[in-house]
Design a protein around this ligand. Structure first.
Ligand code: NDP
Ligand code: 8X3
Length: 251
C-alpha cells in the first residue's frame, strides 16, 4: 500500500537515501530541508507524483507549527514521519565549547524533532495508524570525548521515543529510535568539523564504516513490519566499531 512519508533532512545523507528507498518501495515522500535546490533536484529525478519538496528549517517553530496544514493539498495526511534532520557541531571539551553550537544542536536535534512530532502526531492518532522513526545515535548511550551536548540530544531522542511509545500504546501509531554508530559518506562529519575536510575524513580513514544505505535499510524494515509489531529502539554499529574505555586521568 502506498503511504505518504515526511522525511526531514532529505537533502543529504540518511534522509536522501531513505527518501529514495521509500519511493522505490512505492511510497510518496514530502522531502524537507533547507536547501531547496536539492529538494527540487530530487523531485525532478523521481517525479512530482513521488516527491513533494518542502523547504523547512526545523528550528523555525512557526513554520513547523503550520504543518500539516501548510502542505500542498493531497499531501496533508502524513503516514510516516522520519525525524532525521540533525547535526553535531565540534568535538570540543565542554569547558572550552561554543555555547551557540550547543544551542544549535539542541534547537535542531531536540526542539525540531519535538515540534515536528507535535505537529504531525495528532493526525496519525485520529486516523489510527502511523509510523514515527526518529534518528538517534549510539552517542545517546556511549559518551565519548567532545560528544557532550550532541550525545545529550540523542539521549533525549531515546527517552522521548520511549515516552511516546507509552502514550501511544493502543493507538495504532508506532514509534522507533534508530541509533547508528559510525556511518561514512554523508555530510555529518563535514558539518561537525565546519567544512575542514582533513578533520572530517579522519573518523573514516582506513576502516569500513556503515553507509546511509545500511541505515535506510533498517528504517524500511521497521516500517514494513506487521502492523502489530513496534521496534522501540535499534542500535547499529559497523563490525569494526566498539565501545571505548573509561577516561582515567593519572598523575
Ligand atoms: P547529513 O549532514 O548528511 O544530513 C543532515 C540533514 O539534516 C541534511 O539534509 C540537512 O539539510 C538537515 N538539517 C540540518 N539542520 C537542519 C535544520 N535546521 N532544518 C532542516 N533540516 C536540517 O547527516 P547524516 O545523514 O549523517 O545524519 C542524519 C541524522 O542521523 C542526524 O540526525 C544525525 O545526528 C544522525 N546520525 C548520523 C550518524 C553518522 O555517523 N553520519 C550516526 C548516527 C546518527 P539542510 O542542510 O538542507 O537543511
Ligand atoms: C553519530 C555517530 O559516534 O559520531 O551520531 O556520535 S557519533
Amino acid at each position: 500500500m502506498s503511504r505518504t512519508a515526511l522525511v526531514t533532512g532529505a537533502t543529504s545523507g540518511f534522509g536522501l537515501e531513505i527518501a529514495r528507498r521509500l519511493v522505490a518501495a512505492g511510497h510518496r515522500v514530502i522531502a524537507a530541508g533547507r536547501r531547496t535546490d536539492r529538494l527540487e533536484a530530487l523531485r525532478d529525478e523521481l517525479g512530482a507524483e513521488a516527491i513533494c519538496p518542502l523547504t523547512l528549517d526545523v528550528t523555525d517553530a512557526g513554520a513547523v507549527a503550520g504543518l500539516p496544514g501548510a502542505l500542498a493539498e493531497g499531501w496533508r495526511e502524513v503516514d510516516i514521519l522520519v525525524n532525521n534532520a540533525g547535526l553535531a557541531l565540534g568535538t570540543t571539551a565542554a569547558q572550552d565549547s561554543d555555547l551557540a553550537q550547543w544551542e544549535q544542536m539542541v534547537a535542531t536535534n531536540v526542539l525540531g524533532l519535538m515540534r515536528l512530532t507535535h505537529a504531525i502526531l495528532p493526525g496519525m492518532v485520529a486516523r489510527g495508524r502511523g509510523d514515527i522513526v526518529n534518528l538517534g545515535s549510539v552517542a545517546a548511550n556511549y559518551p565519548y570525548p567532545g560528544g557532550n551536548v550532541y550525545g545529550a540530544t540523542k539521549a533525549f531522542v531515546q527517552q522521548f521515543t520511549l515516552g511516546l511509545k507509552t502514550d501511544l500504546a493502543g493507538t495504532g501509531v508506532r514509534v522507533s529510535d534508530v541509533q547508528p554508530g559510525l556511518v561514512g559518506g554523508t555530510e555529518f562529519s563535514h558539518v561537525r568539523f565546519g567544512g575542514d575536510d582533513a578533520k572530517a575524513g579522519a573518523p573514516y580513514a582506513d576502516t569500513t564504516p556503515m553507509t546511509a544505505a545500511d541505515v535506510a535499510e533498517a528504517v524500511l524494515w521497521i516500517i514494513g513490519l506487521p502492523a502489530h509489531v513496534n521496534v522501540n529502539r535499534i542500535e547499529l554499529m559497523p563490525v569494526v566499531q566498539g565501545a571505548g574505555p573509561f577516561v582515567v586521568k593519572r598523575g
